[in-house]
Design a protein around this ligand. Structure first.
Ligand code: TYM
Length: 332
């Protein structure tokens, strides 16, 4: 079977970008024949950004409930919390020992931190943890531990998958063919969903629309999306509009071309936003109901996660680590 794997960091409330970039395509992929899916909550990754234990726990619950509400069937897929599979961290070390430091120097998140420091006249690495620097190695371990063939993600993660391929290649070169080289899968329509201010929708920019915001809040947030000041009746440029990009991520091809025409015909921003709100709400309202029911049952979610990890450890993680320990010369 083709193994498809993806994760979401448990550092906040899941948003529409996570939904269209990862959850929705991943669940669609899991229903295809011949696919074995691995979907997980990246809580080790969360510690790199969040040092508030309550927030990590709350986020884990919210993201797990979101996957389930969106139709993930825990019996049909491997669904787990990253830290319930401690072999992940052991593999991280094995990969650390083959990963080029120069490659990690070029990771976008790390480079951005260095650039910010330079601008502020600080030392390059001021305030940068080794965890941030190692982020791509931990992520490679997630992917390589289960030898995933395909990794559906948003565009911001492409570099990480490329690095995972690089580390896998180096390891294979030194120790024999242990790892499949993973391929990135990007849904072009929604490769980067914009947030309220037009930048990438991201927890770090504080411009997100929560996936399961109550209806009233969803409407308010959508009406707060930044637009240009073109008046009703003036033609509007669909291709540079975040309202249009959001609409396209939720609409059929037919609806999308009708909206493109409406933009050219000068639809008022208020009307475009009303249509966007209706479109998104139509898709998420039934899921929101399931989410509310699930989030009220944390013990049940916990049980699903534990069972998922226990099975996967036994079946895959432990045997894989045994083989890898052998390969590198550690005692088994
Ligand atoms: P994270 O938690 O930042 O985001 C989870 C997924 O959502 C996608 N995404 C977006 N897609 C489109 N438009 C957006 N505005 C947007 N914002 C987020 C991300 O691309 C991602 O697919 N490092 C990962 C988590 C991770 C992982 C992995 C993913 C850890 N290990 C192994 C795949 C495989 C992250 O922080 O994603």
């Amino acid at each position: 079977p083709t193994r498809v794997l993806t994760g979401i960091t448990t550092s906040g409330t899941p948003h529409l970008g996570n939904y269209v970039g990862a959850i929705r395509p991943a669940i669609a992929a899991s229903r295809e024949p011949g696919v074995e899916s691995y979907y997980f909550l990246a809580d080790y990754h969360a510690l790199i950004k969040v040092q508030d234990p309550a927030r990590v726990q709350r986020s884990t619950l919210e993201i797990a409930a979101s996957w389930l509400a969106c139709g993930l069937e825990p019996d049909q897929v491997r669904f787990y919390r990253q830290s319930d599979i401690p072999e992940t961290t052991e593999l991280t070390w094995l990969l650390t020992c083959v990963a080029g430091k120069g490659i990690l120097n070029r990771a976008h998140a790390y480079k951005a931190a260095v650039d910010r420091n330079r601008e502020a006249g600080e030392d390059d690495d001021a305030g940068v943890t080794a965890g941030l620097f190692m982020y791509p190695v931990l992520m490679a371990a997630d992917i390589l531990l289960f030898n995933a063939h395909k990794v559906p993600v948003g565009r911001d993660q492409i570099q990480h998958i490329e690095m995972a391929r690089d580390f896998a290649q180096r390891f294979n070169h030194l120790y024999g063919e242990h790892f499949v080289l993973p391929e990135v899968v990007i849904e072009e329509q929604v490769a980067t969903l914009p947030g309220l201010d037009g930048r990438k929708m991201s927890k770090s920019y504080d411009n997100t629309i929560p996936l399961f915001a109550p209806r009233g809040e969803l409407r308010k947030l959508i009406y707060s999306i930044v637009t240009d000041s073109r008046a009703p009746g003036e033609a509007k440029d669909a291709d540079t509009s975040n309202v249009f990009q959001l609409y396209r991520a939720f609409a059929s091809t037919g609806e999308t071309s009708a909206m493109r025409q409406a933009f050219a015909d000068g639809i008022a921003w208020g009307d475009a936003k009303a249509a966007l709100f209706e479109r998104i709400d139509a898709e998420v309202a039934p899921l929101r109901e399931k989410y509310e029911a699930l989030i009220a049952q944390p013990a049940q979610i916990e049980e699903i996660l534990r069972a998922g990890a226990a099975r996967l450890r036994e079946e895959r993680a432990l045997p894989t680590l045994r083989a890898l320990r052998d390969a590198v010369g550690l005692r088994n």
